[in-house]
Ligand binder design. Sequence first.
Ligand SMILES: Nc1ncnc2c1ncn2[C@@H]1O[C@H](COP(=O)(O)OP(=O)(O)OP(=O)(O)O)[C@@H](O)[C@H]1O
Length: 787
Amino acid sequence: MPPSVRLPERTGDRPVNTKSAAKRLKRRRNVEEFQLLETRVREFDGKDITAFSELPLTKQTAAGLHKAHFKTLTDIQRKAIPLALKGRDVLGAAKTGSGKTLAFLIPVLEILYRKKWTAMDGLGALVISPTRELATQIFDVLRKIGREHAFSAGLVIGGKKLKDEQEALHRMNIVVCTPGRMLQHMDQTAGLMLDNVQVLVLDEADRILDMGFRKTLDAIIENLPKERQTLLFSATQTKSLSDLARLGLKDAEYLAVHEAATSATPAGLDQFYMITTLPEKLNTLFAFLRNHLQSKMVVFMSSCKQVRFVYETFRQLHIGIPLLHLHGKQKQSARIDITAKFSAAKQSCLFSTDVVARGLDFPAVDWVIQLDAPEDADTYIHRVGRTARFEKAGKALLFLCPSEEKFADGLASRKVPINKVGQKNSKKQSIQNQLQGLLFKDPELKYLGQKAFVSYCRSISVQKDREVFKLEELPLDEYATSIGLLGAPRIKGLKNVDAAKTKEIKNAPRGLKALEGASSDEEGEGEAGSRKDVRTKYDRMVERKNINVLTAHYANLVQDDGADPDDEGDFLTVKRSGYDSDIPDPIEMPSKTLKVPGKEIIIDSKRKEKMLKSKRELAKLKPKGTRLVFDDDGEAHQIYELQDEDKFREAGSAETQRRKFLDEEGKRVKEADIWDRQLAKEKRKERRRAQKLRAAEEEAVIGEGSDGDEFRVELVPYGGAEGDHLGQDEDVEVERQPKRQRKWFEDNEEEGEAKEKAKKTRGRVIEAAKAPENLEDLEMLASGLIE
Ligand SMILES: Nc1ncnc2c1ncn2[C@@H]1O[C@H](COP(=O)(O)OP(=O)(O)OP(=O)(O)O)[C@@H](O)[C@H]1O
């Protein structure tokens, strides 16, 4: 008799035990790791360290830094990171290009990790940057050093559909954003919770705290929890107590690592200024570019219009160096594209507004040229900081009009070492005739020139420093001639220019700007409101866009009064003036009229005539019916009816009634808002509770088998302009394609064997799993029968 062998009752027992034991061990190790990290941070004195490896960091951050080739700490990193790791609020000030980004990103990752942040805890860190480009750059650095972590992170900067961002926002642990877009989400994204934010970072803090972003930032801060850590960084740090109080900073550590340095700018930076009359500026710039064809440079100007004008004209003058231009009015995809192109270029010239003045880390920029003087020394320091970054060398040249020379004195008092230089006579050349030729040939360009002229004058008139910027001392007629115009466009509305208000409007979220524009029109404020409404024959004539090329341009001049929707304000406008007499008057076309009930339509083009032959088009022109509402007595009323005058007067003055109405509506909206937020909060909390419960249940099912990785989620890469750059949580189920129903003639793998048997027996009876539905099915049935 063979020896009996006793088999285990449950064959799967052994592997399950081993697995759960391994998981238990891993979990225990994780707990120990956390405790060890906490102890290391607590005991760390931060003295005399030089390498990242000496910091008490998680192995994930250490690995991320290693892979990104960051080994040695910079001064600001050495001072700020240890303090931030210990939970202190930090105000970090260090020169441009000295590595401030890592000084706040490393603590962000570490703080959340040590707090065992999970996907279910929601938004844990908010990093605010003043521009989209800078936010994108910060996000890229975060991706690099955070690649071993598993937080979900996202970029919230606008330029793509709000809805896409809204969906992803709920899953993000770290958000890098611009203030305007964040505020928009706070208003429009239901259930967005900021009450759990642990760390708030303001990069370029002084800029975000200044007048331009004041209201937006205050609104964001109002929604953040009081108990949080705040990190502020800038090359020109604010020390204003009121600013710090606004942020609720308590006992913050002020770190100014280069305060004792002899210069406020990087050591490798050579700085020069040149006195150039306003009409000579473009000539000098042109000559400079011609002499530096092998360089990479950024040229700063004070407005989008100037950037566009100089770019468009210089492009046609074929300088011999690739030209690029960047300003805030471009589409987001174009901005990303240009930033990437300039970063990759070896030789290139980027014309730009201050949108790239702060924080941007373009590699190997040789020159920073400031064609228009910056508003103050701080902006100067940030602009020149685009070169000579991280211990590299660079040069900067500032153009000053004779009346602006005092600006250089101001720089000296801010510890900016700058030397005066002149232009060699042999290098001088004039491009005035070429510009005139270009503008003569191209009315669009001429129009752009006029707008650029106006924007420049406006930018000077809104400067705070009246000692330096004096519009009245500038030779505006000569300047206009020098840029190719036949005379200076007449400008009106220079009085009552409020620089702070302009800045505020300029930085307001786009949606808000549109609203403000609309309201000022409605209320008839400013020049736009007082424009005459009576349309003359000539007005109608120039509105006809298809007469000739010039008409659109001509219409722009008259209709817009220079108030381009892109303009930040409408207090300076181009008016038609005598110098425009070179524009030929549009020729009037013989026109017919068509009468439809209640209207007379002028048919002034063939297109219109053809169009009006269509019944559908005609129907559109006919008056629509009036909508009425009926009261309880069955009386018909217009939707909006004027109140009886006596009753209206009884209720008080128009202004009092307006205020009362606004107050009441304001209250109602606020109440509704609070209620909405509360509801959304409740829902979100409920969802989180349910998620946590589910997670706990799952854990219970696998017993001790948790692998200790419960706070791992994905750090999501940024996919570029249109790509989905926002968080995609691993927990979110991928929508699966519904399984296609098997056709009656298709083999089922499981049934394969049975089928094989049936084939063998071939009883000549074919059973259809399902009746044939279409021709294809019938054909297959037929071919099966033939077989
Ligand atoms: N520890 C480091 N080791 C090597 N390179 C570093 C280190 N820290 C930062 N850098 C590099 O230095 C450059 C400048 O860093 P960063 O953009 O953070 O400067 P910044 O101080 O924020 O400048 P800005 O004031 O203009 O915003 C970047 O290219 C960055 O990769």
